[in-house]
Design a protein around this ligand. Structure first.
Ligand SMILES: *Cc1c(COP(=O)(O)O)cnc(C)c1O
Length: 370
């Protein structure tokens, strides 16, 4: 059999300098990997904020029905999907861009707006992809620490803005803290920022929020603020594996971003799945309900066990395990329960635990007790 040989030759091909500063993304361990590495049958993954109920059944049906069309290129403009979204959220399709997951949108925004030496401002710790996009373009990320209890500190965000600031990235509810920015504070931020600064408002977890004074940001898009709202089908809609998300923003901002988009960025199955999922109110309602109850179940058990936690508006809870956090995560892993140790966010005493089914939550708690 032919075996490719590694080449000894010294290559002189150089990458862009920006690549030297990129930090690799560290995803939650997939179930099969934990099974293989530890020889476990049952593995419960509470590490990537996936929907424990699975995908929207309507989406699954739509995908199956579409399979015979797979030899066709997808719709480059995702017309049907944009129409379906526009109708749901009371915008026009021209205010929407559909992307290969929310992650692609973040890269496209970076490619559209960031020059070398520009700055982005982001509360910290947060989702790593804002910094990734900035670094990729040679821009600089200015982190702004959260206040006590991981509350957003809008005054500190505003003070971090300079003439070089192009983007302010607000993740609400924030990943990994689960805390959110109240509507009044979002309005104050938008009204105080120079109009040349684009606010990236990442609402990936908006459907899980139960606080009354939350805003999903769309009202500010409707009234023409320089804001782009990110949404994803990976979380409550349960479509993480098929990769689809979207951005909602004033039309000019969308037109600019469309100029850097690849024509066929969203595959055809993803488009039909998302268009079906967004109409699946039963699935969304059931997912939200299970999540709200699951959060309460986790709070109560964690409290009894003496661990601290931060109240979450999302589908995960940031747990304060203390100085033993790494060891606790490792021991959970050996029992087949994968949570996300939060050291890479600088939260060395914490882990982010996704809310599972009642049974998964129970098994997580039981494993903690042991
Ligand atoms: C999951 C997530 C996204 C988008 O994820 P995709 O799977 O790429 O759609 C965006 N922002 C945050 C904060 C997330 O947690």
């Amino acid at each position: 059999m032919f075996k490719p040989m590694p080449s000894d030759r010294l290559l002189e091909v150089e990458t862009r300098q920006a690549l030297g500063k990129l930090k690799p993304y560290s995803p939650g361990k997939p179930i099969w990997e934990v099974q293989q590495e530890l020889g476990l049958d049952r593995v419960i993954k509470l590490a990537s904020n996936e929907n424990p109920l699975g995908a929207s059944p309507k989406a699954l049906q739509a995908v199956q029905r579409f399979l015979p069309e797979l030899h066709r290129y997808p719709d480059a403009q995702a017309v049907n999907l944009r129409n379906a979204i526009a109708e749901r959220i009371e915008l026009v399709p021209e205010q929407l861009i559909v992307t290969n997951g929310g992650d692609e949108l973040l890269t496209l925004i970076s490619e559209t707006f960031l020059e070398v030496g520009d700055e982005i401002v982001a509360p910290s710790p947060t989702f790593s992809e804002y910094e990734f996009g900035a670094t990729l373009m040679g821009a600089v990320t200015v982190p702004v620490p959260f206040a006590e209890g991981f509350r957003f500190d809008i005054d500190a965000v505003l003070s971090a803005v300079t003439e070089r600031t192009k983007l302010v990235c607000i993740c609400s509810p924030n990943n990994p803290t689960g805390t959110y920015l109240p509507q009044g504070e979002l309005r104050r931020l938008l009204d105080s920022l120079p109009k040349r600064v684009l606010v990236v408002y990442d609402a990936a977890y908006s459907h899980y929020v139960t606080a009354e004074d939350y805003s999903d940001g769309l009202e500010f898009v409707r009234s023409g603020y320089p804001v782009i709202v990110l949404q994803t089908f990976s979380k409550i809609f349960g479509l993480a594996g098929i990769r689809v998300g979207f951005g909602a923003a004033p039309q000019d901002i969308i037109s600019s971003i469309l100029r850097v988009k690849e024509p066929f960025n969203v595959n055809a199955l993803a488009q039909v799945a998302a268009a079906a999922a967004i109409t699946d109110e039963d699935h969304v309602r059931a997912s939200r309900q299970m999540n709200t109850e699951g959060r309460a179940q986790l709070y109560e058990a964690l409290g009894k066990l003496g661990y601290g936690w931060t109240e979450s508006m999302s589908n995960f809870v940031l747990v304060h395990f203390g100085p033993d956090a790494v060891r606790i995560c490792e021991r959970l892993l050996h029992k087949g329960i994968v949570v996300r140790y939060s050291g890479m966010w600088g939260l060395t005493e914490y882990a982010r635990v996704s809310v599972g089914t009642p049974e998964e939550n129970r098994l997580f708690i039981a494993a903690l007790l042991e």
